[in-house]
Design a protein around this ligand. Structure first.
Ligand SMILES: NC(=[NH2+])NCCC[C@H](N)C(=O)O
Ligand SMILES: [Mn+2]
Ligand SMILES: [Mn+2]
Length: 303
């Protein structure tokens, strides 16, 4: 790949309960992201971080919402609008945006910016579906609702900022699911997205599953957005995440999946790496692994 990567940091923690995920972009940069990508033959531009409201600027009532159960929805919109602008600027400059989180709510902005007027497919690597709505969420945390928001499911249908009409659910694939809330399961089943659970990975192997998921996201679309939640991996490999779930993919499974992603070449529109929480991490292991996986997705090979 000879593309120019534009790094956009988003020190966002409004969408998650565990503080510390706002330090993700620093930890990922500190782990040597730009050097690894340049060693892979890419040119990197680091745009710095998008501004996120500081704790003193946040509405304390928004932490305990009364109408609809989504915490900090207005503040989240402010941030995701900024993310969308940064991502769409990179895309119009012919660059490959690499968004560093931050909690997974930022995907609402990444996808809005990457889709612009084009048909975009989405590949969502995650232990979770992030398919809750303000009606079904058990936590009120928007990082558990981001994919539903992107697709305008349930009450999100009335949130113009959240709906991304360029996304056809038939071009959305989730990979590695293993922790879904009951109502969330129902919403996923009722939608047209394709969901591959860890049982599918067990049965068929990760390469077969990712191959199918890539077809879902690429067929009939102009490009693909890849969203990599680090809790997709097993917590033994990626302990620095706010919502770890046992039984995730291994180190090698994660790498080979990202090598398959690289095979889409120019169809890769944008990439985001989210949920790295350095406070919960061990010696920055999760951020380092995140950098390695981005490098594999962007073309790094062993030999
Ligand atoms: N992006 C994530 N880590 N999401 C975790 C979501 C957990 C749970 N399903 C919730 O909605 O609260
Ligand atoms: Mn997750
Ligand atoms: Mn997620």
């Amino acid at each position: 790949m000879t593309r120019t990567v534009r790094i956009v940091g988003v020190p966002m923690d409004l969408g998650a309960d565990r503080r510390g995920v706002d330090m993700g972009p620093s930890a990922i940069r500190y782990a040597g992201l730009a050097d690894q990508l340049e060693a892979t033959g890419l040119t990197c531009i680091d745009d710095g971080d998008v501004a996120v409201p500081r704790p003193e600027e946040r509405d304390p009532d928004a932490a305990q919402p009364t109408d609809g159960q989504a915490k900090y929805l207005a503040e989240t919109e402010t941030v995701t609008d900024r993310v969308a602008d940064a991502v769409s600027d990179a895309v119009s400059d012919g660059q490959l945006p690499l968004v560093l989180g931050g909690d997974h709510s930022i995907a609402i902005g990444s996808v809005a910016g990457a889709a612009d007027a084009d048909d975009l497919g989405i590949l969502w690597f995650d232990a979770h579906g992030d398919f809750n709505t303000p009606q079904t969420t058990p936590s009120g945390n928007v990082h558990g609702m981001s994919l539903a928001a992107i697709l305008g499911i349930g009450p999100f249908e009335d949130e113009p900022w959240a709906v991304t009409p360029e996304i056809d659910p038939a071009n959305v694939a989730l990979v590695g699911l293993r922790d879904l809330d009951d109502e969330e399961k129902r919403l996923i089943r009722e939608s047209d997205v394709t969901a591959y659970t860890m049982s599918d990975v067990d049965d068929r192997g990760v390469t077969d599953v990712v191959d199918d998921a890539l077809s879902v996201a690429t067929e009939g679309t102009d490009g693909v957005h890849v969203s990599l939640d680090m809790d997709w991996l097993d917590p033994t490999e990626a302990p620095g995440v706010g919502t770890p779930v046992r039984g995730g993919v291994s180190y090698r499974e994660a790498h080979v999946a990202m090598e398959y992603v690289a095979d889409v070449g120019d169809q890769l529109r944008s990439f985001e790496l989210v949920e790295v929480n350095p406070i919960l991490d061990q010696h920055n292991q999760t951020a380092e692994l995140g950098c390695e996986l981005v490098a594999s997705a962007f073309g790094k090979r062993i030999l």
